[in-house]
Design a protein around this ligand. Structure first.
Ligand code: NAI
Length: 777
């Protein structure tokens, strides 16, 4: 191209980045890679090829791990873990900082290798992926340094199995490895089979940093290797990838006691109001859907544009699309590179093929593994392309009239990962942001990330957060081993007819006492075998009614924290007024003598929850850009909980109080052997201004109700503190809806002590929503 041509066309000339150093590194390693286990590279075993998707050329061969490799990696991680944790936070911080520095030192090599292996534009790898990787290690060096003050009483989980996808191979590795190492865990990580090379280069960097052997282990291979890691004796699985595999991992880990975080798919809305700066919104959209060719879990893949500006906006968008340059990812002047693999390109093409909308493709694109930036209009909200993740450079678009319609459309998928809101009106933007079902909301922006800002989803986008203090906590547990929990059996008795029975209890649903659907009741005896009451046996229909009542009480989430605190204080006061009566009933039912202490502790707990209602705050993450990330705490929604048996009243109150303090509605299943404290408690609730449906209480068999709660699609989270063995059943049932669970895995807690309240409960009762807002000069 001559200078004259350039002046006339104003086109960018090519600016290719050299692949030389990266290819040399591959050759220096022998072009065939083994795993990285216990600080050394193993000999290559059965290998498969990894290719450059832009050219189809084979870059290297990578080993498909066998079970013995995974076992060896887990054993190395296990052996290294105590020493690594014992180094202490400041000791670990030195290594994390060294890793950050080494990533910076080899930034160009990492960026080019990432581009060669995955096809993303080198400009993105160089300016976004790699700097964020270094930022992650350096932020987490700080977290390690401050661990004792920031996370008092917390310890490492142990060995973490980590499985990452191909769209951000090195960045996802950093998101997983850095917090795990900072908190004293060791890891076994598996990169995706299409993009293993930067993880292997990272292993090389670990060696250069002198990281103790076995702290980081990397095994390569496909989904079968992922399954081996999931099944291995590790303490946690952290997964990023498809919702379908996430669901399988949830089912496979159910009942094992392994901690789990899942960062899954999305279909994130990109909402443009008519008062938005349309040109900025178009540029933002380029970042939202064409960054990394749309192969981004939080891609703004669903454009919702207000009717009045829809035509103008689409026109501007098409003009901009025509200028997007698709081509050689090593060329620094291109906007979109290759799709990661022909399989993925064909998957995208098949999804778009035959859709009923109007398809606008920007072209041309080179031959091979490329797909053009695409806009599809005219789809109905229910159309599969509006609902399903395409994971490619394909934007679907629809219009809305009012903000409430925008919210309804935005929330109309099964996902809840991210959302963008574009408006120049601060009222509109900040009114809509809290209404969106999403873990991350960008106001007038898209695809912004930082190590200090929690990231993660709700609904079928998974659970758990990565980044910030919340991400760090997901790699820790409370110090000290929780005691094993023995199943508590109800007392039996002879009496067939109630002797001096006060009343036959009912269920408590929607603020009223309700008869059970099945009409069955269970007799409750004292330790001497005397009949002391009858409670209904709730069935799945009763449970569904309770959930419906809870859903109907959604206004509770909108009540001010001050109001919620008032209601909790009032419950505490009313319970206190009847302390003697409750204490007597508890002693009679359990045969103990701790009733008075239990009631006093319950009153105290209600007061504590009331106190926390307006004090459990979010955080403002100081992100290194012109903005702030507000990590807001939102209620989960409806929480179902199986209450403890060790302390029938205190247990129920300890579960209920923090949940409703944070704005949730609850469906509580009372202690099965000792249900009468709960049924007596109805009257306290009835006299305490608790709006109907905020607290619902059932009595019945935990084993029967646990899986129903776990599977219910209108329950956002399930907790179990039951002494019956139901943890596995809850987790298994929750796999379909991917709801959050918090279960005891057969471990008890001291409900009278600090373990019975505080941060753990408040965190479990809230979701972090990270709202990025423009802020600062
Ligand atoms: P995938 O979920 O199968 O792969 C992600 C990782 O999980 C890879 O390392 C893979 O080897 C591993 N894996 C696969 N099956 C496994 C199993 N049963 N147990 C444990 N690990 C397993 O994603 P895939 O097939 O590469 O892509 C399919 C679709 O998933 C994409 O089109 C996209 O829609 C979605 N996806 C979403 C991602 C996200 O970041 N949310 C990332 C990758 C894919």
């Amino acid at each position: 191209m001559s200078i004259r041509d350039i002046f006339e066309s104003m086109d960018y000339g090519p600016a290719p980045e050299s692949a030389g150093d990266a290819l040399t590194w591959i050759v220096d390693q022998g072009s065939r890679f083994g795993h990285f286990i216990g600080g050394v590279f193993t000999d290559p075993g059965e290998t498969f090829e990894t290719r450059n998707p832009a050219t189809g050329e084979v870059l290297a061969e990578v080993t498909q791990a066998a079970q013995a490799d995974v076992d060896a990696a887990v054993a190395a991680a296990r052996a290294a873990q105590p020493g690594w944790e014992a180094l202490g936070g400041p000791g670990r911080a030195r290594y994390l900082y060294a890793l950050a520095r080494l990533v910076q030192k080899h930034a160009r090599l990492f960026a080019v290798l990432e581009t060669l292996d995955g096809g993303k534009p080198v400009r993105e790898a160089r300016d976004i992926d790699v700097p964020l990787v270094a930022r992650h290690f350096s932020y987490h060096a700080g977290c390690a340094q401050l661990m004792e003050t920031q996370l008092p009483g917390q310890r490492a989980l142990g060995v973490c199995g980590q499985i990452v996808p191909w769209n951000f191979p090195l960045l996802m590795l950093a998101w997983k490895v850095a917090p795990a190492l900072a908190t004293g865990n060791t890891v076994v990580l598996k990169p995706a089979e299409w993009t293993s090379l930067t993880a292997l280069l990272f292993a090389d960097i670990c060696r250069q940093a002198g990281l103790p052997e076995g702290v980081v282990n990397i095994v390569t291979g496909d989904g079968a290797v992922g399954e081996m890691i999931v099944g291995a004796p590790v303490d946690k699985i952290a997964f990023t990838g498809s919702t379908e595999v996430g669901r399988r991992i949830r089912a496979a880990t159910a009942g094992t006691g392994k901690a789990l975080t899942l960062e899954l798919g999305g279909k994130s809305p990109y909402i443009v109001f008519e008062d938005a700066d349309l040109d900025s919104a178009v540029e933002g959209l380029v970042d939202a859907i064409w960054f990394n060719g749309g192969q981004v879990c939080c891609a703004g893949s669903r454009l919702l544009v207000q009717e009045g500006v829809a035509e103008a906006f689409h026109d501007k968008l098409k003009t901009r699309m025509a200028k997007l340059r698709v081509g050689d990812p090593l060329d620094k002047c291109i906007d979109m590179g290759a799709i990661v693999d022909p399989v993925q390109r064909d998957r995208i093409a098949a999804l778009v093929e035959g859709c009923e909308g109007e398809v606008h493709r920007a072209g041309p694109v080179p031959e091979g593994c490329f797909y053009p930036p695409t806009l599809i209009t005219g789809l109905s909200a229910a159309s599969p392309l509006m609902q399903e993740e395409i994971f490619g450079p394909v934007l679907v678009s629809t219009t809305f009239r009012t903000p409430s319609e925008a919210v309804q459309l935005a929330n109309g998928t099964r996902y809840g990962l991210a959302a963008s809101v574009w408006s120049e009106n601060i009222n509109t933007a900040l009114d809509v942001a809290p209404k969106l079902a999403a873990g991350v909301v960008w106001v007038n922006g898209a695809n912004m990330f930082d190590a200090a800002a929690p990231f993660g989803g709700v609904r079928e986008s998974g659970f758990g957060r990565e980044g910030g203090l919340d991400g760090l906590r997901a790699y820790t547990r409370d110090e000290g081993a929780a005691p094993r929990l023995e199943a508590v059996e109800p007392f039996g008795g002879e009496a067939a007819e109630p002797e001096p029975v006060d009343r036959t209890a009912k269920l408590y649903i929607g603020g009223r006492q309700a008869r059970p659907d099945g009409g069955y009741a269970r007799l409750v005896h004292d330790p001497e075998g005397r009949l002391i009451g009858q409670v209904p046996i709730a069935n799945r229909k009763d449970l569904r009614n309770a959930v419906e009542a809870a859903r109907g009480a959604a206004g509770w989430a909108g009540a001010t924290a001050h109001n919620r605190a008032q209601v909790l204080f009032y419950i505490g006061e009313n319970l206190s007024a009847r302390a003697g009566e409750f204490a007597e009933a508890i002693d009679r039912m359990t045969g103990g003598s701790d009733g008075a202490r239990e009631v006093a502790a319950s009153v105290d707990r209600l007061f504590s929850a009331a106190a926390w209602a307006d004090k459990f705050e979010g955080r403002v993450a100081p992100v290194p850009m012109r903005g702030a990330a507000l990590a807001m705490r939102e209620p989960c929604g409806v929480i179902g909980a199986l209450c403890p048996d060790e302390a029938p009243l205190l247990g129920l109150v300890s579960v209920m109080a923090p949940a409703i303090a944070m704005g949730n509605r609850v469906v509580l299943v009372a202690s099965e052997p000792f249900p009468l404290a709960a049924t007596d408690f109805y009257q306290v609730l009835e006299t305490s201004d608790v709006p109907g449906g905020v607290v619902n209480i059932l009595t019945g068999a935990h084993e029967e109700l646990a899986p129903v709660l776990g599977a219910h699609f209108d329950v956002e989270a399930v907790w179990s503190f039951s002494s019956s063995d139901v943890s596995g059943a809850v987790e298994r049932a929750a796999a379909e809806s991917l709801k959050r669970t918090w279960v005891n895995h057969g471990r008890g807690r001291d409900w009278f002590g600090p373990a019975g309240e505080g941060r753990a409960f408040l965190e479990a009762a809230t979701e972090v929503k990270t709202v990025w807002i423009p802020y600062g000069a």
